[in-house]
Structure formats: structure tokens, C-alpha cells
Design a protein around this ligand. Sequence first.
Ligand SMILES: [Fe+2]
Length: 182
Amino acid sequence: MDGVEIIPNREECLRLMGEYGMLENIISHSLKVAKVALFLSVELNKKGQKIDLGLVEAASLLHDLTKTQCLKSKEDHARTGCQLLKKMGYERVGEIVARHIWLGEESNPSCVCEEEIVNYADKRVMHDRVVSLKDRFRDLKERYGKQGRTEDYMDHLQDETFGIENKIFLILQSTPDDLPLP
Ligand SMILES: [Fe+2]
């Protein structure tokens, strides 16, 4: 199977989401993130990008797979989600999940990767609604502030996310407001 990427299909993702006891609201959030991520990927591919749609869909659906448990254990769900998925053999999906909160690496300015799409789509969906980055970060700053995250941490994350947004919409030659709402 060398060089062949194993990606769970939608049905398998939905099964896993049930099996791991994800909270209903996190499931609804993930379904919407997948919708936004796929929309962006299709549009970006029309502009010559080579985004793997199956990979984007799986990683979007599974990006918060371990979040429900982590709410109690206080573990980092990007890390535990990645570990779990890699253990299942879903190496690439795991890599994308690992970077869904922080991208953390300089990106290629002319090429959008699956990591960036899932990271960005997650930031545009508040609960199960499409919102602007500005609104989403206002909400995140409130919630994470209560968990002791510093303002500096959130500002960095916001800068990183706006960087992805600029790149995506420069390639799409459209604006973030053009994302279809709910
Ligand atoms: Fe998450």
C-alpha cells in the first residue's frame, strides 16, 4: 500500500463520529465545517488548485473527533485527534487534524493545502453558523479568555487565520463575504 493514502469515506466518518460519542452540537459544527471546506475547495480547484476533496471532507468531519473527551480531560484535542486517526491508519487526515487550530508553518503563497482549508473553514463556522472571522474571534476570545488563554495567544492565532483568508480569497478573486451563508 506504499504511497496510497487511506481516507475514510463520509459514511465511515459519520460512523466514527457516533462511535466516539461526539456531542450533538460538535457534530453539527463539524458537518457545517465540512460544507464550507468543500465549497472553498471546489472553488479553489476551479482556479487551478489541486485540493483533495475526499481528504478535506474527512478531515473536516473528524477535526473535533476527540474534543468531547478533551472537554473533561483538558487534553489538546488537535493532538489526541491526530494520534487516534494515525493509529487507525489515517495518516494524512491525522496530520490535517493536528493543524486545525494552529497551522504553525509558513505556507506556500500560491498553493493552498488541505490543512489551510480545514483550519480556515473551522474558524468561519461558529457553532453551526457561517460567520466572519471578526465575529468568530470575538466569540473565541471570550470563551478562551475564561480558560486562561492570553490575549497575545489569541492575537497570534487571529493573525495566522487572517493570513490564510487573504491567500484563499486572493486566489479566488473574491471576498470572504462571498461565502454562502447558512
Ligand atoms: Fe477543534
